[in-house]
Design a protein around this ligand. Structure first.
Ligand code: ARG
Length: 570
């Protein structure tokens, strides 16, 4: 049931009746319908000035004539205010329609088929080998995961890709350092930390003995040439890094379909370079090869360095074509910090210049802002690095303290604390528009009363608890019980949830789902405080229990879509 569609239909019919055969009337009436800022102004408003040119008449007059031609059970009344036609739903009708529509498949409410037959590749998290997973990679990880779920919910086929940063001369140095001073057990035990120690030592020793640099380079050459020993050490570093990262991914419920990173594309860059040359796009500049982007008002895109090696951009170009060939994507999203904006604009432009039209709408940089932690920006050098693993562990501990205090009788407190702690971190990352910088504060993230993960989760658990107490074998619901302002507001929000999901997908903006879900939770709590769900006539109880069931399902979906679990009890 889509009220926007049915109101649009009414408007269309009214135009046809009042102005038979009128020309130039906009096609998509539904898109013109507005949701009035105040509830007193109705449920939907149609701005008649959008018709005044086609109908050659003032908007107030049009509103009046259309109003005379509207008579339908789903609308209780229409009002003409200025050039607007305001629609007031028939409350009982609306309640029945929306409840029946949701309850037909509560867990599917908001899903869609617009993505059927289409494929989206999502490049997210994309961590760097031999570096610890810190909060700088939190946003890309949870944003990408949320987008993947949202696209899937709308019928898209999704391919989640962790484009690992696993290529560069630093890996030669690391292997070299390991060969000189490394101990296998230490690397196994301390993972990335030990690799970092080796890397730092390499640089220290280089100051004493500059010849070491050459040795490091030689080891990287060995990796490039496929030397067995060099490769096996390098691969093992990768495994150890990923093993640690997996713990974080598991906690966050984040998955990938591919871990093809930069090294995977090294032998696939030739094809791009050759094609660029064939198409006359390569230019020599100070011994390097570039694509000139002057006419696009960008600095040149470096393709081959003076020493003949490829760079990050070259491998990303190879990845674009590999993904297009392999997955035949309709869209390929890059969930990467806005600092890399120029990089993506450059490589997308290069693909466009190569003559591939799909580059224009198909390649999308989903940029996001910076994360700081309790007022401190992330600065590796100054030592303010916050590791994700530690952050999540802290979140769990803190949540446990709060739960112990708030729900001393809860049975499985650890499980709830896991869901709430991690949910709080994820929710706060996806709460505001992605481009805004995030400052993470514990008190804010874990507040059970604000607009937070725990608050929404708590509402879900509250619904669960009410449903457990509800009498069995209730009669058919009497929807007159849902005609009050609070219930209607809640129902309206539920009815608009599908629009929120679609828009989140369209704009690659999961925060739209976060907000819609939070609004539903707030509206339900308000309803809960003003109405006794389980008291009164059984047929009325049945209606309120049904709303509770619907709210629980929609909140669960909303939380799922942003990658947050919904506890049954907390
Ligand atoms: N590893 C890079 C980083 O940490 C991000 C890679 C993003 N993906 C890409 N295809 N360039 O900054």
């Amino acid at each position: 049931m889509d009220m926007r569609l049915s109101i649009a239909e009414l408007v269309r019919n009214a135009i046809e009746a009042a102005y038979p055969g009128a020309q130039g009337v906009p096609e998509d009436i539904g898109a013109l319908l507005e949701v009035p800022p105040e509830r007193e102004m109705g449920d939907f408003a149609f701005p008649c000035f959008k018709l005044s040119r086609a109908l050659r008449m003032g908007p107030p007059m049009i509103a009046k004539k259309l109003a005379e031609n509207i008579n339908a059970p789903e609308v209780a009344r229409v009002e003409c205010v200025g050039g607007y036609l305001n629609f007031f739903f028939n409350r009982e009708n609306f309640a029945r329609d929306i409840m029946q529509a949701v309850m037909a498949a509560p867990e599917k409410w908001g899903s869609g088929e617009e993505g059927n037959g289409k494929t989206v590749c999502l490049d997210y998290s994309s961590i760097n080998i031999a570096k610890r997973f810190h909060i700088g990679h939190l946003s890309t990880t949870v944003l990408g995961n949320a987008l993947k779920r949202i696209y899937e919910f709308l019928g898209w086929k999704t391919v989640g890709i962790n484009h690992l940063g696993d290529w560069g001369t630093q890996f030669g140095k690391m292997v070299c350092a390991y060969k000189k001073w490394g101990v296998k057990e230490e690397v196994e035990k301390h993972g990335v930390e030990e690799m970092t120690r080796l890397y730092v030592r390499f640089h220290e020793e280089c100051e004493k003995d500059p010849a070491l640099e050459d040795e490091g380079r030689a080891w990287f050459k060995k990796i490039e040439d496929g030397d067995e020993e060099a490769l096996s050490i390098f691969r093992w570093f990768k495994e150890v890094t990923l093993r640690d990262a997996m713990k974080v991914y598991e906690k966050l419920g984040v998955t990938f379909d591919s871990y093809a990173g930069e090294s995977f594309y090294v032998d696939k860059t030739d094809r791009v370079v050759n094609e660029l040359r064939d198409k006359g796009l390569l230019e020599e500049s100070e011994g390097a090869l570039i694509v000139n982007l002057e006419e696009d008002k960008m600095p040149p895109c470096l393709i081959i360095k003076r020493d003949g090696t490829t760079i990050y951009a070259t491998r990303d170009l190879a990845a674009i074509f590999y993904r297009k060939d392999t997955y035949n994507f309709d869209k390929c999203l890059y969930v990467v910090a806005y600092q890399q904006d120029l990089h993506f604009r450059q490589i997308f432009k290069v693909v466009e210049k190569m003559g591939y039209d799909w580059a224009k709408d198909g390649l999308i940089h989903v940029a996001f802002g910076m994360v700081s932690y309790e007022g401190q920006t992330l600065a590796t050098r100054s030592g303010h690095v916050v590791y994700l693993e530690d952050l999540l562990a802290r979140a769990q501990e803190k949540a446990l303290d709060i739960i112990k205090e708030k729900s001393p009788n809860l049975e499985n407190k650890e499980e709830a604390a896991r869901q709430v702690g991690i949910g709080a971190v994820v929710y706060s990352t996806l709460q505001n528009s992605r481009i805004k910088d995030i400052d993470f504060w514990w008190d804010r993230a874990l507040n059970f009363d604000g607009e937070t993960g725990p608050y929404v989760q708590y509402t879900h658990a509250r619904c669960g608890s009410i449903l457990r107490k509800a009498p069995e074998n209730l009669p058919a619901p009497d929807y007159k019980a849902l005609c009050d302002d609070e219930a209607q507001h809640l129902l309206r929000l539920i009815s608009r949830f599908p629009e929120a999901v679609s828009e989140a997908c369209l704009r690659n903006e999961p925060s739209i789902v976060t907000r819609a879900t939070t609004e539903i939770a707030k509206a339900y709590n308000k309803y809960y405080y003003e109405h006794r769900i389980l008291d009164g006539e059984l047929s009325e109880v049945a209606a309120r229990v049904e709303v509770t069931r619907a709210v629980k399902a929609v909140i669960k979906t909303g939380l799922y879509l942003i990658g947050v679990e919904a506890p049954e009890r907390m």
